[in-house]
Write a protein that binds this ligand. Structure first.
Ligand code: IPM
Ligand code: MG
Length: 382
């Protein structure tokens, strides 16, 4: 008689990992897209022998409705105790939602900003990558797209205008609003180091974006980035003014590898970069602190106009879950599996409405599907 012993062995998660993930479904399309990411994560756990436990917390409008504030101390404590946080989106229609009648510190976005600050998530990584399959959804001309592009926007996330002092008051009978943009050299240095570290693993080019022809904070930014660059002689550093960068992103996006920039510029440029890749529904993001902890969320917003219709693109959230496996848990093979499954589903011609070809004649070559079906197909291909 022959006895055969089968050992199932996974190189990295050899003994399987227990992952404790806090989810923030949030508002608008958030809950729909987070469920699809969980579907895919569960499939990964199953295939690679890990255990994932989820706990939901409220943030944004959902928390305002239930608790009267956009993020409770209890929710912060729960997030802090997790291994990583997976978020959908928060906020509503700023013109019509009653949440925007509240004072600013009680509005949905205040919850997200508080969480970023409390968890010290100063480094926001937003990859913008054009999938060959999505060329038809890209609004740029073929000669500009060329062989595609692949960039990483490194956005400083806990400083600058977002967290400076602000006020609105009447001065000599005139309503006057003030926002302040402050950066310390430490804040600039730590994000610059992250930017150069990431560049070393990529094509070794950093474009530092600022407005040094006008702003003091940008002149300090430039000086500190240059100091940090000395420790990375293999990396090519260039400086670019933010207005020029906005133009270059549509004129020749191929030139960029890592874009390193402050909070507000990064907010604006990352939306632009995402559209250049075809859709904001494709863009994942990771917000990291100095440890392995991170918050992972799609770069797009809550899209209240399409919420509940089952048509939102869950891919950005699914890819954010892949980033979580890679950056917080070092599960590279598992992250690769998700990224490959996404690519495969796109190759097979499945599209949510936002990534349908711009040219109507080309729409017959692809199949339009909804949110849940997209999640199912990606999970099936893990
Ligand atoms: C983003 C969003 C947020 C930001 C909003 C919701 C506060 O636009 O993550 O890019 O401006 O950072
Ligand atoms: Mg934004």
């Amino acid at each position: 008689m022959v006895y055969r012993i089968t050992v199932s062995y996974h190189e990295k998660g050899a003994f399987g990992m227990n992952l404790n993930i806090v989810c923030i479904p949030g508002d608008g399309i958030g809950p729909e897209i987070v469920s699809e990411a969980k579907k895919v994560l569960d499939q990964v756990a199953d295939k690679f022998g890990h255990k994932i436990s989820y706990q939901d917390i409220l943030m944004g409008g959902a928390s305002i409705d239930a608790c009267g504030e956009p993020l409770t101390q209890e929710a912060i404590a729960t997030a802090k105790a997790a291994d990583a946080v997976l978020m959908g989106s928060i906020g509503g229609n700023t013109a019509t939602s009653p949440w925007y009648q509240l004072p600013p510190h009680l509005r949905p976005e205040a919850g997200l900003l508080k969480l970023r600050k409390e968890l010290n998530l100063f480094a926001n990584l937003r990859p913008a990558y054009l999938y060959g399959e999505l060329k038809e959804a890209c609004p740029l001309r073929d000669d500009i797209i060329g062989s595609g592009f692949d960039m990483m926007i490194m956005r400083e996330l806990t400083g600058g205008l977002y967290f400076g002092e602000r006020s609105t008051k009447e001065i000599d009978g005139v309503m006057t609003a003030v926002d302040t943009l402050t950066y310390t050299e430490h804040e600039i240095r730590r994000i610059a180091i992250k930017g150069f570290e990431i560049a070393m693993k990529r094509r070794k080019k950093v474009t530092s974006v600022d407005k040094a022809n006008v702003l003091d904070s940008s002149r300090l930014w430039r000086k500190v980035v240059e100091e940090v660059a000395k420790d990375y002689p293999e990396v090519t550093l260039e400086h670019m003014l933010v207005d020029n960068c906005a133009m270059q992103l549509v004129k020749d996006p191929k030139q960029f590898d890592v874009i390193l920039t402050e909070n507000m510029f990064g907010d604006i440029l990352s939306d632009e970069a995402s559209m250049v890749t075809g859709s904001i529904g494709m863009l994942s993001s990771a917000s990291l602190n100095d440890t392995k902890f991170g918050l992972y969320e799609p770069s797009g917003g809550s899209a209240p106009d399409i919420a509940g219709k089952g048509i939102a693109n869950p891919i950005a959230t699914i890819l954010s879950a892949a980033m979580m496996l890679r950056y917080s848990f070092d599960l590279d093979k598992e992250a690769d599996a998700i990224e490959k499954a996404v690519k495969q589903v796109l190759e097979e011609g499945y599209r949510t409405i936002d990534i349908m070809p711009q040219d109507e004649k080309k729409r017959t070559d692809v199949t339009q599907i909804g949110t849940a079906k997209m999640g199912d197909l990606i999970a099936e291909r893990i």
